[in-house]
Design a protein around this ligand. Structure first.
Ligand SMILES: Cc1ncc(COP(=O)(O)O)c(C=O)c1O
Length: 463
């Protein structure tokens, strides 16, 4: 039977075992140790191509800037760049990594709510495509830093027009109750300020990121309209045309497979199994502009304006798998439950505790067997929240995880869609050295792209 999580050429079952890009997952775990992240160069490139083509089918002048926060391993950034994507960064560190990995300044968008003068100096000094501005205060800060450098910074105004989504509240970012962006009331002043500072600032665009794992087209359509309305009013009042509108990221990834999380509440399920048609969503968004301006104004703007997208999760989540080994087992006669303790927990999957995120789990060396036996699966950390099931009684994770009968210490589990917001958020909590990562290259070679930290690395930088 073919499972709905299989991806041809990447996640497949052969002779009952999990193959990753043609390489046996159990053997990889044996060779490199666990926990181990495994990525597919083919899948990363495929995701970039699919998203770019879908977006360009709706809006020809689309620039795809991969959101580095989802995973900023150098090998991932290089794969994304080779696939033709540009990049979005959220700190001086990510900006440094992007430049280090060969991205040109004109390929870089810089977001962030608390940028330092040094970070702005690096961005403005290099002349990146856009610094997305989070407040009036920050706009003045960028002008001050740019003047000092004798540079002209490209600035894009981040808007928060009160657009909600059906994602986790911690992942919604266009609400006035969120920490992001400029208040709508401050936008006219920001535009005036930027236009009055032509030697330090170039007003480049407007930006709305509605949030991550946004399951419906509605919020993107609303955000597109809000930005277009803005373009039209500024154009009609002043004749000025922004160079781009930036619709952010948020394209959802399907995390639920094989019905194994059927006990989840409807809202949670709908968010975690969402599959959004990017092309169709953008087509609907673009068709909405007919109502916002005359054909003549719209066609003038369309000729000049570029659409920027900042997808992170949808590029890298399903291109990464986390392999973890069962290290301990216990049966509790009182509850009749069997516990499996693995060597990866929320130190590598922060979303699991933050947002009760579901990662689908399969037995790597027994993938062909029915996954119908119930287990309590737990990570290695010292707190009770480090588990792969629901402990709050809110049902945001399943009560049990389903695996083959008679799982035992030594067996390897694979956590699917673990490529996004995992390595970029991992910590050495409990003194656990950070894991290694492997990239299966286009020609099916598993290449080590991050070595496993050692105990000595735990002391690095301690004085
Ligand atoms: C400004 C901005 N752009 C893009 C993204 C990427 O979102 P996603 O990974 O859901 O595509 C984020 C993440 O939250 C973000 O904050």
């Amino acid at each position: 039977m073919k499972h709905d999580w299989e991806i041809e050429g990447w996640r497949e079952i052969r002779h009952g075992r999990l193959l990753l890009g043609g390489v046996d997952a159990g053997s990889l775990a044996e060779r490199e140790g666990t926990p181990l992240f495994v990525f597919s160069e083919r899948r990363i490139r495929g995701n970039v191509h699919r998203l770019t083509e879908a977006a360009r089918s709706a809006f020809k002048r689309t620039k795809l800037c991969y959101a580095a926060k989802a995973n900023s391993l150098s090998a991932v950034l290089r794969a994304v760049r080779t696939a033709g994507a540009d990049i979005e960064v959220n700190s001086g560190g990510e900006l440094y990594k992007a430049l280090h990995c060969g991205f040109l300044p004109e390929q870089i968008v810089f977001n962030g709510v608390s940028k330092t003068d040094e970070e702005i100096g690096l961005a403005a000094g290099r002349g990146i495509y856009a610094i997305n501005v989070d407040s009036l205060y920050e706009l003045e800060q960028i002008a001050r830093v740019s003047r000092r450098l004798g540079r002209r910074a490209n600035v894009t105004l981040r808007m928060v027009p009160e657009i909600g989504t059906r994602s986790h509240i911690g992942l919604q970012t266009a609400l006035l109750t969120s920490k992001f962006g400029m208040s709508p009331e401050h936008l006219p002043e920001a535009i005036r300020f930027a236009l009055d500072e032509p030697s330090a600032l170039r007003l480049a665009g407007v930006h709305i990121h509605v949030g991550s794992q946004t399951p419906d087209p509605g919020p993107y359509i609303d955000a597109f309209s809000a930005m277009w309305r803005h373009l039209v009013s500024v154009y009609e009042e002043t004749g000025f045309i922004f160079g781009h509108i930036n619709l952010g990221g948020g394209v959802p990834v399907r995390y639920l497979y094989d019905g194994s999380a059927l006990s989840l509440p409807k809202k949670e399920r709908e968010m975690l199994e969402a599959e959004l048609d990017t092309g169709e969503t953008l087509r609907q968004a673009v068709s909405g502009i007919d109502r916002l301006a005359s054909d003549q104004v719209n066609s003038t703007l369309r000729e000049k304006v570029e659409l920027v997208l900042e997808p992170g999760r949808s590029v890298i989540a399903d291109a990464g798998v986390l392999l973890t080994r069962i290290r301990n087992i216990k049966h509790r006669p009182e509850t009749g439950e069997t516990w499996l303790m693995v060597d990866a927990g929320y130190e590598l999957l922060l979303s699991m505790t933050n947002y009760k995120w579901y990662y689908h789990m399969v037995a790597a060396e027994r993938t062909g067997e029915p996954h119908t036996a119930r287990y309590k699966v737990a990570g290695p950390l010292c707190d009770s929240g480090d588990v792969y099931f629901d402990i709050e009684g809110k049902g945001r994770l399943p009560d049990y995880r389903l695996l083959p009968e008679a799982m035992k210490p030594g067996d390897v589990l694979a956590l699917l869609n673990a490529g996004a917001y995992t390595m970029s958020q991992m910590t050495a909590y409990n003194g656990r050295p950070l894991p290694a990562a492997v990239m299966v290259t286009m020609n099916h070679h598993p290449e080590l792209i991050r070595r496993r930290d050692t105990f000595e690395d735990l002391l690095l930088n301690e004085v």
